[in-house]
Write a protein that binds this ligand. Structure first.
Ligand SMILES: Nc1ncnc2c1ncn2[C@@H]1O[C@H](COP(=O)(O)OP(=O)(O)O)[C@@H](O)[C@H]1O
Ligand SMILES: [Mg+2]
Length: 420
């Protein structure tokens, strides 16, 4: 029996087989090619991914390095700025950013952060640095409204090529204040010996002159002219006496002796004494006292003297409303503070003089000594308190003393005279 032909019978059959085999081989080859291509593609995808990962790791490492560098320079107290070779600010640390002109300085040309008037100077300095003409670090002191700064510039070179300039800006206002206070303290200490001698030499003849003036005004009581002149002599003698006492007081300060005191009593006392010293009624000074204040451990007479000085300054400042002497308790966070204020509606103190008037012998009064505030500052420091003079809202001045309360109970005020 024969099977039905499938159409491949006869002489065509071997050709068809050959074609079929060839086709099979071809598709096999194609499959192989696809396989190889796929494998290759997979391999190159893998290397690409690896390269990408490596690049990412590198980028992260760089970012971590730059964060570390920023953290290091941010931890510096001085302002640090790096200006690149294109005169743009490439790096600013936290202290630098706190300066007004550098707040948004990063990436900006350095000139944009400086007033136009200083551009020529800036060009000159940057030129020196770029060319390497300058032997060492350059210094300059910039006095700005917000303080005093000392700036140091230094060129940065890599393999001899200029890559930029690093600037370090140091706030020297604090240092200046300390230096000035040291100088003032030395001035006063130097005065000690001399003023004690002068006071000794002056006191006796002054007492004699005063006594003689009083005698004359009694002896010629009927003559108004003699009485007037004798009164004048007496007044001036009193003034010299006061100056000599003030001088002695600051040149040879007493050690405070602390005892528990109700502060309001000191305030009443001071108000009365200041008014009496000017021949004024008690109403010349008004009181605004908080009824419940903690008892303070202070040297009563030292604080009273300081308050009298402040009230006298307030009276001297003029104005139509009487000065106020006020006390209050402030629970500012920690143990709190007793705040004493002397407020006036007088002539006020120009803002740029608020520090200056605290210095010895600085006075704007024809008969002033310039020592009143020195006594105040010294007394407050010996009580570890804080003193400030400030313009008063609506005109006039506020003199404020802040006594920390923690010192009252434990007697921590056995002070070394250092302000807290
Ligand atoms: N309340 C105030 N109002 C205006 N100016 C004041 C006030 N307190 C102090 N001053 C200024 O500070 C200067 C120094 O004060 P002070 O040390 O007490 O010395 P004196 O009173 O002898 O001048 C004063 O001459 C005055 O210019
Ligand atoms: Mg005074």
């Amino acid at each position: 029996m024969r099977l039905p032909s499938a159409g491949l019978a006869g002489p065509a059959a071997p050709f068809a087989v050959a074609v079929a085999v060839a086709l099979a081989l071809l598709s096999l080859a194609a499959a192989a090619v696809v396989l190889v291509a796929r494998t290759r593609a997979r391999a190159s995808t893998r290397t690409l991914a690896e390269a990408l990962a490596a690049a990412e790791r590198e980028r992260e490492a760089r970012a971590a390095d730059s964060r570390r560098l920023q953290a290091i320079i941010d931890s510096m107290a001085d302002g640090v700025i790096f200006i690149d070779a294109g005169d743009r600010i490439a790096l600013v640390n936290a202290a630098g950013r706190s300066l007004r002109n550098l707040r948004d300085g990063e990436r900006r040309p350095v000139k944009e952060c400086h007033p136009r008037a200083t551009h020529a100077m800036l060009d000159r300095v940057m030129g020196y640095l770029r060319r390497g003409d300058d032997a060492g670090a350059a210094h300059s002191i910039i006095k700005e409204r917000e303080g005093r700064y000392e700036t140091t510039y230094a060129a940065v070179r890599v393999d001899g090529a200029y890559v930029g300039t690093v600037m370090v800006i140091r706030d020297i206002a604090e240092r200046r204040t300390l230096e000035r206070r040291l100088l003032d303290a030395e001035r006063l200490a130097g005065l000690g010996q001399m003023s004690a001698q002068i006071a000794h030499e002056l006191r006796n003849p002054l007492n004699v002159i005063d006594g003689a003036a009083q005698y004359l005004s009694r002896r010629f009581a009927a003559d108004p002219e003699v009485r007037e002149y004798a009164g004048l002599v007496g007044d001036e003698v009193q003034r010299v006496n006061r100056f000599v006492s003030a001088l002695l007081g600051v040149a040879r300060p007493a050690e405070p002796s602390f005892a528990p005191v109700a502060v309001n009593r000191l305030l009443r006392d001071a108000a009365q004494r200041a008014a009496v010293a000017r021949g004024l009624p008690a109403s010349a000074v008004s009181l605004d006292l908080s009824p419940d204040l903690p008892v303070l451990d202070v040297d009563g007479s030292m604080i009273t003297e300081a308050l009298v000085n402040l009230v006298q300054n307030a009276l001297d400042a003029g104005g139509t409303t009487p000065p106020e002497l006020a006390s209050r308790y402030e629970a500012d966070g920690g143990d709190g503070a007793v705040v004493v204020e002397v407020r006036d509606r007088g002539c006020g103190i120009p803002p740029d003089q608020l520090d200056e008037v605290l210095r010895p012998f600085v006075t704007t009064k024809p008969t002033g000594t310039g020592l009143g505030l020195v006594v105040v500052v010294r007394a407050v420091e010996q009580h570890r308190g804080r003193f400030e003079l400030a313009p008063r809202d609506g005109g006039g001045t506020v003199a404020r003393i802040r006594f920390p309360v923690r010192q009252t109970v434990s007697g921590a005020a056995r002070g070394s005279g250092v302000a807290a």
